[in-house]
Design a protein around this ligand. Structure first.
Ligand SMILES: Cc1cc2nc3c(=O)[nH]c(=O)nc-3n(C[C@H](O)[C@H](O)[C@H](O)COP(=O)(O)OP(=O)(O)OC[C@H]3O[C@@H](n4cnc5c(N)ncnc54)[C@H](O)[C@@H]3O)c2cc1C
Length: 450
């Protein structure tokens, strides 16, 4: 098995991870950045390395390259088997990564709430659809309807339009007055111009608040969606239906490490330190607030982990402004109770294991449902249905077990057994095979992705 060891290990190379890695590496720590994708930049900046379009992304990617951090792309952290140790998979092979300080910047995923027809081909998350389009999946000329909640909907609509899609409408479940209040609050967060620019680029696209999907219909793919605003119900023809009700934090790894949560997010102190010694968290796992906030939190965590307390403190005011934006976002796009009743008893809740909502309802809690119906035991390991069951049935997952992401059995059995001596971090040099690495001008190593 390959081993690597660093002073600071950052899991996730989105904005939070980039900020954290730059701050820690520029402060003189040896830093390893792991991401399960082959690219840097996380969800928002995927593809920016190969087709740069965003000036800020370019600036951060360049800063990271010059920072001296070691990048381990295509490397999924699948377990945390002992103190100071992560088990990861790279190119389908296990590797151990040892840390003295760990920064969790694992981001978030989309929240899907089931409704009749939600498993039809052509129904997907807005972020997922945009990811496909960015990787070359053809959306040009196709009629796309977006629904769900949050500022990601117009942002994705605008990007899809640039990819040639015909956006036929956006259905936002939050009521007008809440969305208007959020629009006005953008001024206080210096994002008003961003909002206006987006609005102008979406001229001609109907944006309906207080509107949500009731069902999707089609044959071999989605053809139309029924929408409602509670007073009336109508149908909208489309070729693709992008529906997501906001984001769910990826807290599986923090939980596996024993980090405490508060209201579903990782509890952190002013230095982004979690309740587990030497473990920090930044970005969406600590609250949903967008890329700017994730970047600043990452910087604070990176400086704090590298012992640069004054530099971290210098960013507190900027970081706390992000917290206010986060609160405004949560208030404006709170989910309406009607969404809990979209799914019928025969609607699939767990699409991996074909468990309907009616079948799941027979059990008292998530654990019972898992044990007796296999709900949440499939490929996504409850990432989709677990989050939906939490909203619809109020079930909380009780524990997290490895693997955190799908992994080969061979990788899992390579975990050290409890009786083996503890693998204390030694801060030594990474020892992944030289053939898998390339040298950057700063001396940073880049491990090729899958
Ligand atoms: C599907 C999706 C699409 C989005 N698209 C946009 C968009 O187009 N525009 C926009 O403004 N905002 C978008 N967002 C929101 C945006 O991601 C956030 O606002 C912000 O960028 C979050 O930054 P982050 O660093 O906290 O997380 P992310 O950018 O999500 O970065 C987290 C990274 O951690 C990696 N990771 C997670 N777990 C592991 C693990 N166990 N092992 C290794 N790596 C791991 C992930 O692959 C990811 O690259 C999107 C969100 C999602 C979920």
């Amino acid at each position: 098995m390959n081993d690597a060891a660093f002073d600071v290990v950052v899991v996730g190379a989105g904005p939070a991870g980039l900020g954290a890695a730059c701050a820690a590496a520029e402060s003189g720590s040896s830093v390893g950045v792991l991401d399960d994708t082959p690219w840097l930049g996380g969800q928002i900046w995927r593809g920016e390395e190969t087709q740069p379009a965003n000036r800020e992304a370019r600036r951060w990617l360049m800063r990271l390259r010059n920072s001296g951090a070691t990048l381990l792309r295509g490397t999924s952290v699948v377990a945390a088997p002992g103190p100071g140790l992560l088990l990861a998979e790279h190119n389908l092979r296990p590797c151990r990564v040892r840390w003295q300080r760990l920064i969790l910047a694992t981001g978030a995923r989309e929240l899907f709430l089931p409704f009749p027809g939600w498993t039809l081909p052509g129904v997907m998350g807005p972020g997922g659809l945009l990811a496909l389009a960015k990787h070359g999946w053809p959306v040009s000329g196709r009629r796309v309807l977006l629904a769900g909640s949050g500022p990601l909907l117009p942002a994705v609509a605008e990007s899809l339009r640039r990819h040639g899609a015909r956006v036929v409408g956006i259905a936002e479940q939050a009521p007008w007055r809440q969305v208007m209040a959020f629009g006005l609050a953008l001024r206080a967060h210096h994002k008003l111009w961003q909002g206006i620019r987006l609005k102008l680029r979406l001229l001609g696209v109907p944006y309906r608040c207080g509107t949500w999907p009731v069902r999707a219909e089609g044959d071999d793919q989605v053809r139309r969606v029924t929408l409602t605003d509670s007073r009336r119900t109508w149908r909208q023809e489309c070729d693709l239906f992008a529906c997501g009700f906001g984001l769910v934090p990826n807290v599986e790894l923090p939980l596996a490490l024993g980090c405490e949560l508060v209201s579903g997010f990782v509890r952190v102190d002013s230095r982004q330190a979690t309740t587990v010694p030497h473990v920090y968290a930044a970005g969406e796992p600590t609250g949903i607030a967008g890329a700017d906030s994730a970047l600043v939190q990452g910087l604070v965590a990176g400086y704090a982990a590298a012992g640069q307390t004054l530099k971290a403190e210098g960013l507190f005011a900027q970081r706390d402004a992000g917290y206010r934006f986060r609160a405004a976002l949560a208030r404006a796009f709170a989910l309406r109770p009607e969404l809990k009743t979209l799914a019928a008893d025969d609607t699939l809740l767990c699409r991996c294991e074909d468990v309907t909502l009616g079948q799941a309802r027979q059990f008292a809690n998530w654990r019972d449902a898992k044990l007796q119906s296999r709900c949440g035991m499939g490929t996504c390991q409850g990432r989709v249905c677990g989050a939906a069951a939490k909203v619809i049935l109020g079930w909380e997952p009780e524990s997290v077990r490895p693997p955190i992401l799908p992994a080969l059995v061979g990788s899992l059995i390579s975990q050290p057994r409890p009786e083996q001596p503890s693998l204390a971090p030694d801060g030594g040099k990474p020892c992944l095979p030289a053939a898998a690495s390339e040298q950057t001008k700063s001396g940073a190593k880049l491990y090729a992705g899958a």
